[in-house]
Design a protein around this ligand. Structure first.
Ligand code: NAD
Ligand code: TYD
Length: 344
């Protein structure tokens, strides 16, 4: 199988490529070969260091480029006889979408549209779209978790752009019969997570003995899933998912941001004096939760890594990979953070 992975140099995409190349090694006797083409623009969030260990793998190839580029995407599909596209490429940070939505509209909406168009025009290529639970909006404290029947109610430019991309994917299935699937997953964490997102930001700040900025009252709730569990779910969907369907993926692991913060502080041997309560995010969604019964019942998936183990492994990873995140934090990102933090 020849797979075009977009956004494979980002957090989840790079974990997925490493997962797939390990699970389906080159030329295993009697098994089909999995060839992966990674198309990534290498924005601030893309980092080829994530993929150093597979650089020389004969089943892996990197192409730098934009998912909005019709000519390039069509050429890649043709030249590599692509059977399946898995679309991870996106602008992914809510705070950045509040500061400047343009890139979110271009990549998340127009980029997904272009990929769908190229998939359709190149002979109805199988298409799996990676999306988020944020498209469903914000839950009250006693509401049941989001599932595949929940109506969309996005509230940030990020989630609105992802919602639009999901609708485009569905429209290509219903209108043109393109063989698509969508997955809507809750918050991921683990290795190679860009240190602007809450877990890697807090871990790396604490390793540098810096304060950790908790938004608002710290009582917003997120559902956390270790990234490898997400990769396993995607692997199942691309092989056994029903065409035209959506799958919700979650960690069964709701935590308030305060609970998450105290868990990180405790594992890192730091005290609560490191917390700095800061101005809340505009339009901050209060609670996300997922009911993942469908993927559990249909494909036998459930999360396997506990929150405690996942958080421990993640902290260890950041301790052991200081040069990876220090390079990021001391580069362009530092300037962005200083200039924009107060504007949030
Ligand atoms: P990320 O920001 O770490 O990575 C995004 C990648 O896309 C980067 O490598 C970037 O260079 C690339 N990219 C951006 N614009 C591009 C373009 N126009 N053309 C080609 N490449 C481009 O994001 P992530 O956290 O790995 O998220 C991946 C996907 O999963 C996104 O679609 C996101 O919406 C979704 N998702 C993320 C989470 C999460 O917790 N991180 C949860 C659910 C769903
Ligand atoms: P984030 O990692 O940005 O993911 P998302 O907004 O996609 O859920 O934020 C997770 C939660 O952590 C969210 O409720 C906002 C909060 N948060 C903080 O309290 N401080 C921070 O510095 C950041 C980045 C997020």
């Amino acid at each position: 199988m020849n797979i075009l992975i977009t956004g494979g140099a980002g957090f989840i995409g790079s974990n997925f490529i490493l997962y797939m190349l390990k699970k389906y090694p080159a030329s295993t006797a009697g098994k089909p070969d999995y060839k992966i083409i990674n198309l990534d623009l290498l924005t601030y969030a893309g980092n080829l260091e994530n993929l150093e260990e597979v650089e020389d793998n004969p089943n892996y190839k990197f192409v730098k480029g934009n998912i909005t580029d019709e000519k390039l995407v069509t050429e890649i599909i043709k030249d590599n006889k692509i059977d399946l596209i898995v679309n991870f490429a996106a602008e992914s940070h809510v705070d950045r979408s509040i500061l400047g939505p343009d890139a979110f509209i271009n990549t998340n909406i127009l980029g997904t549209y272009n990929l769908l168009k190229c998939a359709k025009n190149s002979g109805d290529i199988r298409f799996h779209h990676i999306s988020t639970d944020e498209v469903f909006g914000s839950l009250g404290p006693d509401d049941p978790g989001f599932d595949e029947m929940t109506s969309y109610s996005p509230r940030s430019p990020y989630s609105a752009s992802k919602a639009a991309s999901d609708h485009l994917v569905s429209s290509f299935f219903h209108t043109y019969g393109l063989p698509t699937t969508i997955s809507n997953c809750s918050n991921n964490y683990g290795p190679y997570h860009f240190p602007e997102k809450v877990i890697p930001l807090f871990i790396t700040n604490l390793l540098e003995n810096k304060k950790i900025p908790l938004y608002g009252d710290g009582m917003n709730v997120r559902d956390w899933l270790y990234v490898e569990d997400h990769c396993r779910a995607i692997d199942l969907i691309i092989h056994r998912g029903k065409i035209g369907e959506t799958y919700c993926i979650g960690g069964n692991c709701e935590k308030t941001n305060k609970e998450l913060t105290y868990a990180i502080l405790e594992l890192m041997g730091k005290g609560e004096e490191m917390i700095e309560f800061v101005k809340d995010r505009a339009g901050h969604d209060r609670r996300y939760a997922i009911d993942f019964s469908k993927i559990k019942n249909e494909l036998g998936w459930k999360p396997e890594v506990s929150f405690e183990d996942g958080l421990k492994m993640t902290i260890e990873w950041y301790k052991n990979n200081e040069s990876w995140w220090k390079k990021i934090k001391s580069g362009e990102y530092q300037k962005y953070y200083k200039e924009n933090y107060e504007k949030r």
